[in-house]
Design a protein around this ligand. Sequence first.
Ligand code: GTP
Length: 482
Amino acid sequence: MPRIPKRIRLLLLVAILLVGGFLSTSIASYVVSRDALRDGLIGSALPLTGDNIYSEIQKDMLRPVFISSQMAHDTFVRDWLLAGEQDPTQLTRFLQEVKHKNGTYSSFLVSAKTLRYYYGGGILKSVAPDDQRDAWFFRVANMPQEFETNVDPDLANRDKMTIFINYKIFDYAGQFIGVTGVGITLDSMRHLLQNYEARFQRRVYFVDQAGQVMLTGDTQQTRASILQQAGISQVAAKILNHQTEPIAVTYSLNDQLILLNTRFIPELGWYLIVEQNETADLRPVQRMFQFNLLISALVTLLVLCIAMYSINRSQRYLETLARTDGLTRLLNRRAFEVVLTQKLSELSRRPRPVSGILVDIDYFKQVNDQFGHTTGDAVLQQVAQLLRASARAGDTVARWGGEEFVILLDDCPKAQALELAERLRLKVAHFDFALPDSFRVTVSLGVVELQPGETEIEFFQRADQLLYAAKSSGRNCVMADV
Ligand SMILES: Nc1nc2c(ncn2[C@@H]2O[C@H](COP(=O)(O)OP(=O)(O)OP(=O)(O)O)[C@@H](O)[C@H]2O)c(=O)[nH]1
């Protein structure tokens, strides 16, 4: 397996740490938000809607119960019944009055003696024990409690589904003599549901004890029994358990999670169901999660770019530092040797003349001794500068060590190198080093052209010998082999 460079390993580690950190915080905040949303919906939003609707229903129901009670205890009603139901117009007027005084309610009275059904328009019919639609009367007659609430189609009002308050009438001796009361159409309750659905973006509806959907705010909504509807049928048994305390249930439908709050409303004999689609509600949280991930990815990318840039920069700086001579800013000897080795291997592929010049400052010890090391350093820097400025762009100038320099001249025969060496010698000799006139800085130079098959060591040995020869011949001169 190829070894991954240290730099890439470091970047990978940074990326893993950043991605890991960002991912874990984004996921954690998503989970917390989702749970808070779910808890909020199950714990307060849905029960609150249920409570509100329930208290509105109770409010709507109380008034008709009160009116029915007054009707059942009215002395006129009782006296009229006990007097043998003589003039039906008297009772009809009474029932009309009740209806008009109280708005949209229908009003009725059924006599236990004659079984006549009276309403605002007169006598509607006679109730019969064998008529399914009249079963309610005989049930009320035999029930122990004083009144009940029942939902039935209203024969006197185009069979509209109506909530009837059936109140028992007793004579002054406590004998059952009939049933009276009022009916309210379900329309008012439908409006209530519509209002809640629109305000809270939830589905609100009623189902009866068999699970049949009885009343919805949305007229488009299916009327099928919840036992037969996909999704909710899984939890129908939990809903239809006569619990008057609200309960929370969840079910899934088409990959969406539905939260549901339900309670049994004894006044209606129906279950009130409030539903919320949690998946839809989670969408903003999911969008925030995606946005977080996007920001995290951008930040990771940015940090990686910055890290890569800094690593590359400091690596380049370290490489330059390792290659450069601190005083003269020229290449140092080690770097020069690398360049030379590369050059030699290149030569075997593309042979061309390569020459070298070894440069040594004459009597440099005296500069140090007479003017101090700082001046000696300045002279070294200035000579280096002169060499750099005189060489061509492709040539390599390096500090060989101490007060000695080397120049490698690519694609340059010895004659050309000799010319350059001579130019350099004159340049140094005429340069103003700001030293007293008694001391002139000069250099001695040895010039060689690389021989075929020659090694670096042999090449430099020859250059060194020529430099030595230049020194021996009085310095400030150039020596080249013949
Ligand atoms: N100021 C300074 N002096 C250096 C540096 N490197 C080497 N030297 C000095 O350079 C001097 C070289 O002296 P020598 O090798 O005797 O040569 P020279 O005095 O130039 O005599 P010739 O080469 O024979 O002409 C020594 O005194 C070193 O201490 C440097 O970086 N700074």
